[in-house]
Structures are given as C-alpha cells and as structure tokens.
Design a protein. Structure first.
Length: 232
C-alpha cells in the first residue's frame, strides 16, 4: 500500500477527521493492515488565517509554508499528498510543481464526483478567499454545473463560522445558522449544497437542509482511499 502525506493544521480538527476517516474506510475495505500516513502540521500564523478566511486576502503569503510542507512530506517518504483545505487549493499548482510526488486536488475530485452524480446546480458554502478566487465557479462551469452563492451578509456569517471552527469551537453552535443559509440558497435555485470548506463538516453532521448536502472532505477522503489501494 502507498504512503499518504497530509498537509495538516488547516484546520487541526479537520485534519484529525480526515485521518480517522481514512482509517475507517480502510477497515471497511477489509484490508489486512493500516495504511502508512505521514501528517505535517503546517505552522501558519493566526493573522494569515484571519486574513484569508474573513478578508479574502494575503493567501499568497501561504505559498512558502505549503511548498515547505510538501517537500517535508516527500522527503519523509510520502507516495502522494493531499491538502484537506479548499481555500489553499488556490495554490495547488505551486505545490505540485515543488515536488515530484503527485498531489490530489479537492477541486478536480469534486468536479468529477458531481458530474458522476449528474449534479447540475449547487449552492456554494466556502471561505471568502475561495469565493473571491472563483475556485469552484471556474472548474464547475467547465463541467456544465451552475453555482449559486450566499448573499454578502450570509457570506460574512460563514466567514466568522469557519474561523471559529478552525480555532476549535464546537460545530453544534453553528448548525442552525448554516441551515438558514442552505434554505436561502435553495430558494434562489440551488438543487444541492456543496460544503466547499472542509471545516464546515464539523458543524453539519446533524443539519436539516431542504436539498442534499455534498461534503468536499468526504470526496477527498474517498479519492485518497482510491489512490492508497490502487494496484493492490
């Protein structure tokens, strides 16, 4: 089995959830042993966390941290890598070009999954940087999938929720607020809701949405399992 490398810490709770989800799926696939996993917890400044999620700026300052993390994972023996953060996929090509090992893209994997499900329209719940950079708008439109975005006041609420989740606040405090935004998106035409921030899954395990909710973290985990057991 291959060795998985994870750029972790964005945020820490989601990183641990990804790790446990990979382990759980390996068990369900009835493999004979646990996978080899290397996690490097990215030491990024809290001020950048705030700038990217709330203000939608300064994400380029993360590139040296991401490149360094990818190289550490490669040197440690990772066969391939993942980055469990939608926002920082703005720099996925810089990460890929800095190492020889492949890095899965949550954007590419999500587009493939939505297309396979026949999804034609999604409401996007994401950080300010993800929205501002049009990360999903571009790749989904290339796959003939339309997008619906929150109103400005709703987006500000989402930004605050994401920051609180990244910093460890329990997700149950935000479920109702996210439900309300999901309802608003559905009323404006969204037929599905895409959790385009991996940290939002921490607040949506018991969500009651009027339309199906699709979690990009789950999609990335499934793609990771595919790569781990390939050629076995």
């Amino acid at each position: 089995m291959k060795t998985l490398g994870i750029i972790g810490g964005v945020g820490p709770d989601t990183t641990s959830k990804v790790y446990l989800s990979v382990i759980d799926l390996i068990r369900k696939n009835k493999k004979k042993y646990y996978p080899s996993i290397i996690i490097y917890n990215l030491p990024w400044p809290f001020v950048l966390e705030n700038d990217m999620i709330i203000k939608g700026k300064n994400s380029k300052k993360m590139i040296p941290y991401l490149v360094s993390s990818a190289r550490i994972l490669e040197k440690a023996g990772a066969s391939f890598g993942i980055l469990p953060c939608n926002t920082l996929h703005k720099h996925i090509e810089q990460i890929r070009s800095s190492v020889k090992i492949p890095f899965l893209s949550i954007l590419e994997e999500t587009a493939l999954k939505l297309k396979s499900l026949g999804v034609k329209n999604v409401g996007i719940l994401a950080s300010q940087t993800t929205i501002k950079s049009n990360l999903y708008g571009k790749i989904l439109s290339e796959n003939d999938i339309q997008t619906v975005y929150p109103k400005k006041v709703e987006q500000r609420e989402i930004n605050k929720i994401i920051v609180e989740l990244v910093r460890g606040k329990p997700g149950r405090f935000y479920t109702k607020k996210i439900q309300k935004i999901c309802l608003s998106l559905s009323k404006r035409g969204a037929k599905n809701i895409l959790l385009a921030c991996t940290d939002l899954q921490l607040a949506t395990s018991n969500i009651k949405s009027p339309v199906p909710v699709i979690d990009t973290m789950e999609i990335l985990v499934q793609a990771t399992i595919r790569e781990l057991i390939k050629d076995l």
